[in-house]
Design a protein around this ligand. Structure first.
Ligand code: SAH
Length: 249
């Protein structure tokens, strides 16, 4: 049986969801549903808000620019948010858009932007980051929107790493080292990927002061930071993450 109805359109909404309630879709959502997807009055979609599970909802068109959404059936109960935290140095907008969407598809639950010495982009547009996270969540079938944290310096990230956290550190200068199998805990994982300019030696030293650091090499080629994110997340999810739950017990 399919894990999830991948054919139905999914839309993230802020409203509380309960049977036989109804609320007006945003103008953007109404335009997308009525005029882009051309879903007719009475048609149905899937909606979720990150709290109340996923519901099948009926579209009640009000002209061509407005519609109500009427939740009719709870399709999937709400799941707990993912715990995997992904720490990244901001990239130029296009690559950051891509990297955020891929991180969401790969099962990241917390997006933590970090300023490092060679970070070229020193601020992020949080609303654009959230819009990318929502678009990826709608597409990949998850029920939660990752928690997006305010940008912090690398030193603050290292200082706040507790003994229960494992910091997986992708060091472009140690590409052949992988300490995946040394992890004690498979929860409380934090992945750290550096900026276009890589990490400085001072930062390597600082990162090693964290209680539990596991280096993760990504092979003999230097990957762009957005490529490194997908590669590292694939290794983590396939070895100790949620891709093959029956073999990771
Ligand atoms: N200069 C290139 C890549 C910089 S490396 C660019 O312009 O994008 C970006 C980050 O990706 C590094 O800090 C590291 O975290 C990760 N990374 C890239 N290649 C890696 C490798 N072979 N092994 C481990 N980490 C790597």
């Amino acid at each position: 049986m399919a894990v999830h109805d991948f054919r139905s359109q999914r839309v993230f909404v802020e409203h509380d969801l309960a049977a036989n309630s109804r609320f007006e879709a945003s103008r953007e959502q109404a335009n997308y549903l009525l005029n882009v997807l051309r879903i007719p009055d009475g048609g149905s979609i899937l909606i979720f808000n990150g709290r109340d599970g996923e519901w099948r909802a009926e579209i009640e068109a009000i002209g061509r620019k407005k519609c109500n959404l009427k939740p009719t059936e709870l399709v999937r109960k709400q799941t707990a948010p993912y715990s995997l935290r992904y720490c990244f140095a901001p990239l130029k907008q296009g690559r950051l858009d891509y990297m955020v969407q891929k991180a969401v598809e790969m099962g990241v639950g917390v997006l933590q932007p970090v300023i490092t010495q060679y970070t070229q982009v020193r601020s992020i547009n949080e609303s654009r980051l959230r819009a990318n996270a929502i678009e990826a969540a709608e597409q990949c079938g998850i029920l939660n929107i990752p928690d997006i944290k305010p940008i912090i310096p690398l030193s603050e990230l290292v200082e706040t790493m507790g003994t229960s956290n494992t910091l997986v550190f992708c060091d472009e200068e140690r590409p052949h080292v992988s300490a995946i199998n040394k992890f004690e805990s498979k929860t409380d994982l934090t992945l750290l990927i550096g900026p276009e300019g890589g990490f400085s030696d001072e930062e390597r030293t600082l990162i090693q002061t964290s209680p539990n650091v596991a280096r993760l090499g990504l092979g003999p080629r230097i990957l762009r930071a957005d490529t490194a994110a997908v590669a590292a997340l694939a290794i983590l999810q396939s070895s100790i993450g949620d891709w093959y739950p029956s073999t990771n017990c």
